[in-house]
Ligand binder design. Structure first.
Ligand SMILES: NC(=O)c1ccc[n+]([C@@H]2O[C@H](COP(=O)([O-])OP(=O)(O)OC[C@H]3O[C@@H](n4cnc5c(N)ncnc54)[C@H](OP(=O)(O)O)[C@@H]3O)[C@@H](O)[C@H]2O)c1
Length: 213
């Protein structure tokens, strides 16, 4: 499978690139610029420029020929104008570009409470509101989509186990485990056109994905 990963230099994105390569996939690692390319090249991925806040035709180029896009990008700054640029308008630009490029599959890293921002943490409400809009755009698109909505992300080592459900109590989950969920959706047809929460749990990831179905 050829997969383009957006936000490949990010703390979750780099885990996604590593796992995809480990499973033998060809990876285009989408970066805002060339400067962060060394880490993804070391993992055997091809760095490509894919800035969600820039020229959408460059996104189409980064997606052409891909079997799937996994979008792990997010504004590093909670300022609403940055968040709206990356998590709302940028994600929508990526969805539109994937449609134009003829990519069949799109996996979006969203966030717990993105579908009910008023119930989420007030400190991240601008992010939840932005993701609510782009997640809706993905659901309405012509793409085969999956929305993965993790709780608070941590940098603990992977556990290989999670809890997955339509709507779960607030929780935490490691970025490495979320990366395994994101990549696992590509080979789990029951996750197509569905969204779900992910927090830490006791169920092996592949079983959690299957059980959710
Ligand atoms: N933090 C949490 O607890 C939490 C919880 C639930 C969901 N999430 C979501 O999970 C995702 C990943 O989070 P994370 O903490 O792993 O992210 P992160 O380490 O902050 O990485 C974010 C990535 O997005 C990239 N990016 C930023 N602006 C971009 C743009 N305009 N175009 C393309 N790429 C851009 C960054 O590129 P550079 O390397 O160039 O900066 C970086 O690669 C985010 O969408 C976040 O909202 C986070």
């Amino acid at each position: 499978m050829l997969v383009t990963v957006l936000g490949a230099s990010g703390r979750t994105g780099i885990h996604v690139v590593r796992l995809l390569r480990r499973h033998g996939h060809t990876v285009r690692a989408g970066l805002r610029g060339r400067s962060r390319g060394a880490a993804v090249v070391e993992l055997g991925a091809e760095p490509v420029v894919a800035d969600l806040a820039s020229d959408p035709s460059a996104l189409v180029d980064a997606f052409t020929g891909a079997d799937a896009v996994i979008n792990t990008a997010g504004a590093g700054d909670p300022d609403p104008s940055m968040v709206n640029m990356v998590d709302r308008d940028g994600a929508i630009a990526a969805i539109n570009a994937a449609e134009r490029a003829g990519v069949p599959r799109f996996v979006q890293l969203s966030a717990q409470f993105a579908d009910s921002p008023d119930q989420g943490d007030r400190l991240v409400r601008s992010i939840l509101l932005a993701k609510q809009i782009s997640d809706s755009a993905l659901r309405r698109s012509s793409l085969v989509w999956t929305l993965v909505r993790p709780g608070t992300l941590t940098d603990q080592p992977p556990t290989g186990r999670v809890k997955i459900g339509g709507h779960l109590e607030p929780g935490r989950v490691t970025r490495a485990d979320v990366a395994a969920v994101l990549t696992g959706t590509l080979t789990e047809p029951f996750t197509e056109n569905r969204g779900f929460d992910v927090v830490s749990g006791d169920t092996p990831i592949s079983a959690a994905l299957t059980a959710f179905a």
